[in-house]
Design a protein around this ligand. Sequence first.
Ligand SMILES: NC(=O)c1ccc[n+]([C@@H]2O[C@H](COP(=O)([O-])OP(=O)(O)OC[C@H]3O[C@@H](n4cnc5c(N)ncnc54)[C@H](O)[C@@H]3O)[C@@H](O)[C@H]2O)c1
Length: 255
Amino acid sequence: MFSLQGRTALLTGGAGGLGRAVAAALAEQGASVAIADVRPDVADGLARELAQSHPDQAFAGLAMDVTDEASVVSGVAEATTSVGSPDIAVLLAGIGELQPIATMSFQQWRHMLAIHLDGTFLGIRHTVNPMIERGWGRVICFSSIASLQGVARQAHYAAGKGGIDGLVRSFSREVAGDGVTVNAIAPGYTESPLNEVAPPGRIEALTESVPAGRFGYPSEIGALAAYLASDEAAYLTGQIISPNGGFKYCHHLGD
Ligand SMILES: NC(=O)c1ccc[n+]([C@@H]2O[C@H](COP(=O)([O-])OP(=O)(O)OC[C@H]3O[C@@H](n4cnc5c(N)ncnc54)[C@H](O)[C@@H]3O)[C@@H](O)[C@H]2O)c1
């Protein structure tokens, strides 16, 4: 089950903590993978590592800024040339920031929405047409519990993720008859460099607030992405799926 043999994936923000785990999981199931990121050197290093452990599949690291449409178009073209036209788009590019609305600049607000919401739209817009033509595709977006539950000082981040949730629910209906599924993974707190924005003591406070008693492992997100990308998940679309250890946001975390 869950074989991705012969499939091609493109990951945006693929050089990050969760991107690395998703790339490894998709590769393990047999997919070829292009890793796009604003840090192409890191993406390239990951592609080389995966090529060593999976010599019969194609891997590439490439430069892409998801806030820039020309960069997304040229990155998708480069991915298509080096590993093949993507049948699986995993849209992970993101940043974390804690900032109260009372002191947030308009530029901070716009930048957050540009990466998360515009970046997800552009990633979808420039990969989905070949999927529709082939009658098979998988779009996997990245939302967050910040959208589902709300997190103080992350209103801009949560607004971007909430936009992604609406995009997923609506767009999935447009392509459900074309063999293309569209879902979002909305992780709870998961071990990754993204959480390095947390001030001292916050990680401990967050961990105590997770009923499972720990942060999620990136490999758990990778396994879910591999399932969503598989033939077995063909009937699962328009969903926001949240692996979060039972986390419920607590007021004291907003201090
Ligand atoms: N780790 C968590 O706890 C967590 C929880 C909920 C949601 N998420 C979401 O999961 C996704 C992946 O997060 P992560 O933990 O791997 O974070 P990360 O910081 O480790 O990785 C994010 C990646 O995105 C890249 N990136 C940033 N701006 C970009 C741009 N403009 N264009 C292209 N790439 C860009 C970064 O270079 C980095 O490699 C994000 O969308 C994040 O919001 C993460």
